[in-house]
Design a protein around this ligand. Sequence first.
Ligand code: SAM
Length: 302
Amino acid sequence: MLPGGLSSTSMPSLMTRMLETLDIHDGHRVLEIGTGTGYNAALLSHRVGSDNVYSVDIEAALIELARERLARIGYHPTLVAADGAHGLPEHAPYDRIIATCSVPAIPWSWVQQTSEDGLILADVKIGKQAGNLVLLQKRGQQAEGRFDPTYGSFMGMRRDGDTYERARPASTSQGRDSAHERTTTLDLTRPWEHTSFWFFAHTGLPHGTSFSLRGDGPEQPPRNTVLHAPDGSWCEVREDSDNGTRQVWEFGPQSLWQIIEDTHAAWVHQGKPGWERFGLTATFDHQLIWLDTPDCRLTTLC
Ligand SMILES: C[S@@+](CC[C@H](N)C(=O)[O-])C[C@H]1O[C@@H](n2cnc3c(N)ncnc32)[C@H](O)[C@@H]1O
């Protein structure tokens, strides 16, 4: 029996959109990372034939269940219990790789195992909820492409030994008394609800910044935004405003809300870019997030 939250099937509309984006043709060999229920493996088997479909999941129990389900409807793709971070080298190369769990960066093994001009579609999240589907084309020793104009999101890829990450409790270790208090006029109390801006903000926020909600007091509903960075910096922004002005508390070596304000100003200056303007280039030793063209670098991953 699997603990809750370790796997789920994806919205059929999202699956369909991803399969259309992947531009799959007859005879293509496809690797899926994240077998889950086997639903997507069934769609792939129907499209290109079971012999051309390979799917891996880190949960052996899911692989067995998916194998039984798929066999019952006449499909026999190659299903393997393995860590998808390594791809599936024994059957490479693949014309298409589709990941239905999110990754912090594209594993180099996926690029290596994709045939020349082949495509990789994955949800890259550079921070908590900061990411989207990106479609990369393999060319020589790199894979490059743009983020999907429409937002789509998956649960994070786990590694062997990981425990499922639970949300951080909405509290700060130091109280507001020890924090610097100021106001903000930025009308964006929950930046993560504006997906392309939240992604842009992560190119400036410390790596590993997370968010939560907290009430004004123990009895109050948790509505204020709290951002935490691994170095102990945090900020809290009151949800309610007084004539458009909100209270801000900041603590620690970095002014996290200042970073949000600065990156927001830069984002507005750039014309409030949507997802279609962001791109990613993956090479062996680095991955670049860029705006509009690869020479306009925003940040380097891994
Ligand atoms: C959203 S579900 C996939 C849904 C699936 N495609 C379907 O059609 O039902 C994400 C899956 O990714 C799997 N997963 C998480 N980390 C993984 C890893 N490192 N390698 C392979 N699979 C992983 C989870 O076990 C889970 O089944």
